[in-house]
Design a protein around this ligand. Structure first.
Ligand SMILES: [Cu+2]
Length: 154
């Protein structure tokens, strides 16, 4: 039945259009996102997480509604002085998790629109060179936390 075949051919591209991008298998997963609580007057904050890539990729940018600007930073030891510098892209190798943590790579939240309060969460969107963007809810830990908490009181 030629008529039926033509109709099927028309319907399929439409289905492809309405399929949300998130339905694809994410090539990069973002695990254990957390941030440090900030004081009321702080304008910057740090967020940390672990990237796991299925295929080689790179983190190229990040954004969050709680900050005016979000940058990828690296903490480097410059002659005994710890300094932070922006990183244009963070390479991700297939099957090799990359952990962002205090003293190393981190997500810098600049121009905070509100203090980061312990126990709350905020959305953070990571953009990759190849994989679809990923938005995660970042859990806010204590100001001096060195890692994501494992015990949470309700
Ligand atoms: Cu920084």
């Amino acid at each position: 039945m030629p008529a039926m075949t033509r109709r099927t051919a028309l319907v399929l591209p439409l289905l492809a259009l309405v399929m949300p991008a998130g339905a694809q298998t994410a090539a990069v997963t973002v695990e254990q996102p957390w941030a440090r609580a900030t004081t009321a007057s702080a304008k910057v904050g740090g967020a940390f997480l672990t990237f796991k890539a299925v295929a080689a990729d790179a983190v190229i940018s990040a954004s969050s509604p709680v900050a005016g600007m979000v940058e990828l930073h690296q903490t480097v030891n410059d002659g005994g002085v710890m300094k932070m510098q922006p990183v244009a892209r963070l390479e991700l190798n297939a099957g090799k998790p990359v952990e962002l943590k205090p003293g190393g790579y981190h997500i810098m939240l600049m121009g905070l629109k509100q203090p980061l309060k312990q126990g709350e969460t905020f959305p953070l969107t990571l953009t990759f060179e190849h994989a679809a963007p990923v938005t995660v809810q970042v859990k806010i830990e204590a100001a001096g936390a060195m890692g994501p908490g494992h015990m949470h009181t309700m």
